[in-house]
Design a protein around this ligand. Structure first.
Ligand code: SF4
Length: 119
């Protein structure tokens, strides 16, 4: 990903049109917020940003703070979530181009969350 593009990923987020109150919610409202992230064109970048920067509040990349904490505990040796998720995405796109399974199993194993690459 080009540096200039990376700096501006957040303006491409699906949530750019909603207020922060929509994604910084508690309880059952978190499921609605997570669903909102589905299909966001910068879903993986957003999640990686939250994981790499240990952001503790809000829904980022379709994961709650609790889910991110659990993921960080499960994968303590990951030094760059951005690199890991970009690699998974590249492999997914390569396998999709090759006509192999389009199920994103690798990323699912990484995050235990289905990841939808739409960018
Ligand atoms: S994944 Fe969710 S929180 Fe992140 S930019 Fe997209 S809509 Fe916003």
């Amino acid at each position: 990903m080009a540096e200039a593009e990376d700096e501006h990923w957040i303006v491409r987020g699906k949530c750019r049109t909603v207020g922060p109150d929509e994604l910084f919610v508690e309880g059952a409202a978190q499921n609605r917020a997570k669903a909102f992230c589905s299909g966001c064109p910068v879903h993986a970048t957003c999640l990686a940003h939250a994981l790499d920067n240990r952001i503790e509040h809000g829904i980022w990349g379709g994961m709650t703070e609790r889910e991110r904490r659990a993921l960080l505990r499960r994968r303590p040796l990951v030094t760059s979530w951005r690199r890991l998720l970009e690699t998974a995405r590249a492999e997914y796109e390569r396998s999709a181009d090759a006509g192999e399974s389009t199920t994103d199993e690798r990323t699912h194993l990484i995050t235990s969350e289905p990841m939808r690459w739409s960018a």
